[in-house]
Design a protein around this ligand. Sequence first.
Ligand SMILES: N[C@@H](CCC(=O)N[C@@H](CS)C(=O)NCC(=O)O)C(=O)O
Length: 229
Amino acid sequence: MSTLTLHYHPLSSYCQKVLIAIDILGVEVDKRLLDLGNPAEREAFLALWPTGKMPLLVDQGRPIPETSIIIEYLQRHHARREHTLIPHDQDAALNVRLWDRLFDLYVMTPMQALTADLLKPESERDARSTARAREGLMTAYAMIDRQLEGRTWVASDAFSMADCAAAPSLFYAVTYVPLSPQHPHLSAYFERLMDHPSVATTIDQARPYFRIYPGRAGLSRRFYDPASA
Ligand SMILES: N[C@@H](CCC(=O)N[C@@H](CS)C(=O)NCC(=O)O)C(=O)O
């Protein structure tokens, strides 16, 4: 049994960011599926971590929150493979942390806002803020496309923490604002991400839950077929 417990849900984009890292680093973790819709589970989770945000890593009773911190913690203390997701060189590490932040703030955040809007009753949906979120995604796509020119991965030569953040954030973002030929580098990068074995495994684990994803109408048929759901 591992000393590590991950409270998570396979459908959650931030949980997927950490699951990809866990797979790449070869860390053994006991995974505990968290249903925040269940009042008792929610209360118990809030007692563990008051923001109520998942994933949460617990190492021998010590909560380690926030995905970027979790990944860095796992790399530092529990990695069983050589691959580093945050480079040892400090300037290279700073660039990885920058792109990790950019994906969290400018792709995950508007994508989550669009999902949250779909969860509201129709009468309470807010067209102005969803339009802003879509514009935000378009701006982010253009910025990421420029960064990717001549690169395989977004922030360093090897797959890094920034790519862990990129994969799930883009996976769900494109269900709301599809990629277009205006963004050839980003489109090619998206395919590279989806082909990465740890990303593919993580998406496979989420597949049974896509039928409850509010933006499922935008999911490509290769990921979700409503007829077989
Ligand atoms: N900054 C946090 C964000 C985590 C986050 O937003 N998690 C979502 C799931 S993708 C969540 O827990 N949502 C539940 C809620 O807000 O009640 C991190 O990096 O860990």
